[in-house]
Design a protein around this ligand. Sequence first.
Ligand code: PLP
Length: 410
Amino acid sequence: MTSYTSNELIAIADKVLLKSYAQQPIVMREGKGVELWDASGRRFLDMTAGISVCCLGHAHPRLASALTEQAARLLHVSNLYFIEQQILAAQAIVERCFADRVFFVNSGGEANEGALKLARRYQHLVAKQPERNTVVSTLGSFHGRTIATVSITGQDKYRAGFGPLFGPVEFVPYGDLDAAARILQTRQACAMILEPIQGEGGIVTPPPGYLAGLRELADETGTLLIFDEVQTGVARTGDWFAYQHDGVVPDVMTLAKGLGGGVPVGAVVASDKAAQGLSRIDGGAVPHASTFGGNPLACAAIVAVLQIIEEEGLVAHAAEVGRHLHDGLSALVAKYPGIAVESRGRGLLRGLALSRPAAPLMAKCRERGLLFSVAGGTVLRFAPALVVQKAHIDEALATLDDVLAEEAAP
Ligand code: PLP
């Protein structure tokens, strides 16, 4: 392969890539654990992990060899046949959560699309209430970039210019149980979808009792409750899934990001009852499908990721290092009260909320070799690999401290 410099590659990108992204001026070439190196050999400490994706860190040797072995054996056959790794991946997921059944896709947006189709068809064919077609979602949410998932995303900037959108959709304030009750009690909704912690919206945790209250409302009104755990799932928050902190079980959960450790995967997981919404009836038409969903390579990744998280004790590790991170961020909040407002989140999904846009601070950290992403405009998001050590967190906090000191200087 021709070896270009970073600047040469960025110049080529300028000509050949469709310019939708706001990419930072670095070309990544290699990673190991929580470190990344760009095409000119510069080292970065990675507190982003591909936006909550690379849960085992970069180039985990066991994940790499599981993928290499699978690639040498069988990459793809389609869902015309049973696939060994797909069955084992589904089993590994249902063993760790409320769900009875899994449908595999390739991304978070696709998982949410599947969940919406499941909810509509469940009300239509199982509950025999086809008029229940409204989807209830929350303000500040993020559910993906397909036309239906931008339509249920509660932030205008993602929807602008794409109309007419999928609907009907009703938005309610996140955390407001009364507002949810007013809509759900009309019994027009097929489902309510929400993130147990809003990620892209700015690492927003719900008030105590909110998820339990929604569960009660959903039961009372026959509405399916969908938890979008695309960002919060797979040990990110210090439990296998974020709903487990509250002990509130949804009917459907969507997963992606960390599930493949960097390999593009997604899943709709459901209780037996809810799964009827996407089940084939009496040898009839196939209600939902995906060419690549659940393919052998993707599922070999899922099996390896879940096994490695288990064997390396990364669920408890995420909780413990997450507490350390929270303590460090709280100290920065105390030290820079005019700039740093709050440490929020859970486990290793944490935000430092600022009193100003976070992008300039993110850029200053990047210049010092530290990578973050921004959530909700004013929140610096920490979502490092679950293998991150306290020493890495301390290194990141020290850099952030320097940048905040510079920011606070008169
Ligand atoms: N849902 C949530 C909660 C997300 O955070 C994201 C991505 O950030 C998505 C859905 C969309 O996932 P994808 O980009 O894989 O389609």
